[in-house]
Design a protein around this ligand. Structure first.
Ligand code: SF4
Ligand code: SF4
Length: 198
């Protein structure tokens, strides 16, 4: 059985506007993926919707929990809710834009950074609708596929990767701050203004 871990336990995170997470993408590819992020999202979600009958089996395979497949109807309901919430929150298009930018925090100015410490409210797990999120007796979220290869392929371990991420999921713990140089050191000046979600 996959051990249960809290998501973001490693994230007393600081993400800078010009942090280098991986080699930058060629500009043309970045622009193309940026523009295509919404059509790609619709294609992905359409495929997921058509493939919903297989979702319980996939859930069981990824989580290592046979009950996901045995409790077929329950898993199917959860999967439907998951896909609907992915559509509502625009998770896939944000993910595509993040990948296009070379896994760097997006839409941040060079003097902005994201700062905070996760309190495990579960909001960023697709508004608590991810089929893999669960909650303990104290209401703290954890992930059933934490640190698996699939989890690492997603943006879950890097959340929040953009200002949008924070806003869309109303994260209570992370925020965008602006740093102003002051006498040789940096200091927090003020909360940066919010941008549109898309
Ligand atoms: S929304 Fe913020 S506080 Fe809540 S689980 Fe996600 S990162 Fe943590
Ligand atoms: S896979 Fe789901 S439950 Fe796990 S961290 Fe990602 S969004 Fe949260």
């Amino acid at each position: 059985m996959v051990p249960l871990h809290f998501r973001h336990v490693e994230l007393a995170a600081v993400r800078c506007g010009h942090a280098e997470s991986s080699p930058p993408r060629p500009l043309a590819l970045k622009v193309i993926l940026d523009r295509l992020s919404r059509p790609i999202e619709l294609l992905v979600l359409g495929t997921m919707f058509v493939g919903l009958p297989l979702a319980p089996l996939l859930m069981a395979a990824l989580s290592g929990r046979l009950a996901d497949a045995i409790e077929y109807r329950r898993s199917l309901r959860l999967a439907f809710r998951h896909v609907a919430e992915m559509y509502r929150s625009g998770a896939t298009s944000r993910y595509v834009r993040w990948r296009a930018s070379g896994r760097q925090p997006s839409r941040l100015a060079p003097d902005e950074r994201i700062e905070g410490t996760c309190t495990h409210c579960g909001q960023c797990c697709t508004n608590k609708a991810c089929v893999f999120v669960q909650f303990d007796a104290l209401g703290r979220s954890s992930c059933r596929i934490y640190d698996t290869a699939f989890w690492r392929w997603l943006s879950c371990g890097s959340y929040p990767v953009s200002r949008e991420d924070i806003e869309v999921y109303r994260c209570p713990s992370f925020r965008v701050i602006r740093i102003q140089p002051a006498t040789g050191e940096s200091r927090v000046a003020a909360d940066a203004p919010s941008a549109d979600h898309r």
